[in-house]
Write a protein that binds this ligand. Structure first.
Ligand SMILES: *Cc1c(COP(=O)(O)O)cnc(C)c1O
Length: 252
């Protein structure tokens, strides 16, 4: 059962993490947001004990990038955590993801093939769990190394699938972008990647009658993101500190 393993942690780490989390939360609350903003705690490559600390502090939404790490953590940690998968999505991993009962959102949908796989596997392995919420990832900076869609045709096709009767176990929730590193580190007024994601939301909402959420903003750029209409910021470093190399990360 999830959460059966006793996960322990030190008082020092607890004090540190709670202080860092509360500081980020306070900075978010101080921004002039247009809508409520979810603070997603991104614990990738950090031990399960770090997540348990914030869980005990009342946090329920956590983000992970690697399917195997998410599977392991979801088995160790409490079953009422709302997991967000925010890593690069591969079709052959959709099955493992769909099996995780408390998988709440997949934020990195970038093809019809992958969302159909999630739908099919959720129906097969977890038919009684809630539908997986899905965000369409848009490559707003159009960088080759970034995942995400760029063409209206592809984006509309995904939306249409989600709104069809075929999508009984996946549910369109919002849009997500990472944006270019350079843009997020320039201290100019408006971030053009975030502005573009807002434009996509307007276009899709107007055409399909949806009301999409906007997952945009990370440690380096979340303040701009909130000003521009973000409804979810994904924060790793500012909460948990810098991450170890993947080869050195440990869950327990
Ligand atoms: C790692 C990651 C984050 C968190 O990044 P930080 O800069 O550590 O806050 C957010 N979103 C995605 C997609 C990530 O991979």
């Amino acid at each position: 059962m999830p959460g059966d393993t006793m996960i322990t942690y030190s008082k020092e780490r607890q004090a540190e993490l709670v202080a860092r989390y509360d500081a980020v939360k306070a900075r978010i609350d101080a921004e002039e947001s247009q809508a409520p903003v979810l603070l997603l705690a991104v614990g990738k490559l950090k031990p399960a004990s770090d997540i348990q600390i914030l869980y005990d502090h009342g946090v329920r939404h956590f983000g992970e990038n690697y399917v195997q790490e998410l599977e392991q953590k979801s088995k160790l940690l409490p079953g009422d955590i709302c997991w967000h998968f925010i890593g690069g999505l591969q079709t052959n991993k959709c099955k493992d993801l769909a099996k995780i009962p408390n998988l709440h959102v997949v934020e990195t949908i970038d093809s019809l093939k992958k969302i159909k796989k999630l739908q099919e596997c959720r129906a097969k392995y977890q038919p009684d769990q809630p539908a997986i919420k899905c965000n369409i990832q848009i490559n707003t900076s159009q960088e080759d190394q970034k995942a995400g869609l760029t063409s209206e045709e592809d984006i509309f096709a995904l939306v249409e699938f989600c709104l069809s009767e075929h999508a009984s176990h996946v549910q369109l929730a919002g849009l997500m972008t990472i944006g270019s590193w350079d843009t997020s580190h320039e201290d100019t007024g408006e971030n053009k990647d975030f502005a573009m994601l807002v434009e996509w939301k307007k276009k899709i909402d107007a055409r399909f009658g949806t009301s999409l959420s906007l997952s945009m903003g990370m440690s380096a750029d979340y303040k701009h993101a909130i000003k521009q209409g973000s409804t979810e910021v994904r924060i790793g470093t500012d909460i948990f500190g810098s991450r170890p190399a993947r080869s050195e990360a440990h869950i327990l």
